[in-house]
Write a protein that binds this ligand. Sequence first.
Ligand code: CP
Length: 319
Amino acid sequence: MANVDKIGGNFKGKDIISLDQFSEKDIKILFSQVPKMRDIALKAMPSKILAGKIVVLLFYEPSSRTFGSFSTAIKQIGGQTVEILNPQQFSSVVKGETFEDTIRVFEAYSDAIILRHPETGSAQKAADIAKFVPIINAGDGIGEHPTQALADLYTIKEKFKRLNNLHVVFLGELAHYRTVNSLAKLLALYPGIKMSFVSPPQVGLNPNIRSYLKEKKVKIQELQDLDEVIRDADILSVSRVKKEFMPEDLYRKIQGKYRVDNNTLLKMKKESIIMHPLPRVGEILMEVDSDPRAVYLRTQIRNGTYVRMALLALVLGKT
Ligand code: CP
């Protein structure tokens, strides 16, 4: 459990570090704000929810979606951003400034810091350093990626109109996938959820998450053959092989082991969905993209912005 406050129905000023902080009730509160946020975005409605607020985006790791959607979300609801991409090259970090000092400096300029960092636990570390503004974890090493998981959960809820009694199949390289960790923790809150983890044996489920799920008495299975579960899957959540976290020889051995293609679609239920937090690197073929079950390039991305708008409004907004 991260050393941070539970949300407990009140998001105001809270660090958002881990899904351990969230209860079912908190998720209900968050999701209740999302339709309003979607309207603001889609109807270009002027919003002053974050008027006068400045949010720092401090990204030590590359990002397209998390960076882009947070930046969009803040502006959609009237806030402003200071955007520091690659501080290792474009900030005083290059001169030897410590992580501690960097957090203190950007804390002085802002109302919140959104942090992505390659080190697991870095968001918690930043939260311990920053005394006056909340830290929002935008992905810490192989730890967690709470806002991606919240957005993915919202997409599941929107599609199935429920969050219980679903079979979720996680496919691919799981050991280094922070989104899998976060989404599995979130899904564990709901009754009747079954999770199947399909991966090469060298990069299976993170042992901490396995223990967490077992403790919560979630029905899980770990296997290597997608065919054993694909026909029963409601949600197929696909992962990229995280090349940056492993030696080249292991990468070559496991890259391309699983490919979702038209043949996979034939085996899937008509009312199932295929998700991927992206980027994809060949694990879902482009021929799948136009299938209505493929949500990764459509609703999943858009919901990322709306859910982040809702979260920022609750943590920082004048509500
Ligand atoms: N889903 C996700 O975290 O993508 P980025 O790495 O592009 O932000």
